[in-house]
Design a protein around this ligand. Structure first.
Ligand SMILES: C[S@@+](CC[C@H](N)C(=O)[O-])C[C@H]1O[C@@H](n2cnc3c(N)ncnc32)[C@H](O)[C@@H]1O
Length: 247
């Protein structure tokens, strides 16, 4: 039996249009729409890592003029999210979308979808240690076709080193925002303008450290705060889910 991770309920926030996470989703969908429109004629390979319930990709691809060209792979490890994404895929009629229950950190899972034209890495960077974030970005060219776009998210106040790492890996920033100092959710688009790199199916791309929302490197780095854990729900290790948590 799978222990519920809390990552299924995390998606409820997308249902509240005033929630900043819902605003982030609107940005991400806009970037995906642009990326699909900008794609060269012919097949478009799209991979979404740690895809959750697929609100971003499945909110754009099914009704997009380029939908018939899209072969998308959504990789997610929480089985309830996988089931939800498959249900949406079926209901929205997107035959080119495949949802798999797998570890998105393994390059081997993308074997049949690389080099990709669009890579979606949303809700990941906030759950990696800093060095791992940089290693992950450095490995992205090995998954990308020339001109590929990576759509990603991170708290804008925590993103300078990520944008520098994209640049060092041969990507050009196409978009990043919002830049408002109060904003906790940012979405970026980087386009591969440098050379790609050889695909290595044995590569491990990142180590996702949060077993549940509210648990992860960002929270462990803060000052230690002693809390009464006696009433904490099972499965929420390392802190309660934070409604405004940036991912
Ligand atoms: C913050 S949520 C983001 C979901 C989605 N990308 C979005 O932005 O709406 C992180 C997701 O990553 C999934 N996840 C964590 N580690 C994973 C792994 N190694 N492989 C696949 N999915 C993973 C979790 O189950 C969760 O659904």
């Amino acid at each position: 039996m799978t222990v519920p991770s809390g990552w299924f309920e995390w998606h409820d926030r997308y249902g509240d249009p005033r929630d900043p996470l819902a605003a982030r989703l609107r940005h991400v969908r806009g970037h995906l729409d642009d990326a699909l429109r900008a794609a060269a004629p012919g097949p478009i390979r799209l991979v979404s890592m740690c895809a959750g319930q697929g609100h971003d990709v499945l909110g754009v691809v099914p009704r997009h003029p380029r939908a018939p060209d899209v072969r998308a792979l959504l990789v997610e490890r929480d089985e309830r999210n996988v089931a939800a994404a498959r249900q949406t895929t079926m209901e929205s009629g997107a035959p080119g979308v495949q949802v798999v229950a797998a570890d998105a950190s393994r390059a081997s899972v993308y074997r049949d979808h690389v080099p990709a034209h669009i890579v979606v890495a949303c809700g990941i960077f906030g759950h990696l240690e800093r060095d791992d974030q940089l290693r992950f970005i450095a490995q992205l060219p090995a998954l990308c076709a020339p001109g590929a776009r990576v759509v990603w998210t991170r708290d804008p106040q925590q993103s300078d080193h990520l944008r520098a790492a994209f640049e060092a890996a041969g990507f050009l920033q196409r978009a990043f925002g919002p830049t408002d100092p109060e904003a906790r959710y940012g979405a970026g688009v980087h386009e591969l303008v440098g050379d790609g790199a050889p695909y290595d199916p044995d590569a491990v791309l990142f180590t996702f450290l949060s077993d549940a929302p509210g648990d992860g490197p960002r929270h462990r780095m803060g000052p230690r705060v002693d809390v009464d854990t006696s009433s904490r729900p099972a499965g929420r290790v390392g802190g309660e889910p934070r409604p405004q948590e940036a991912t």
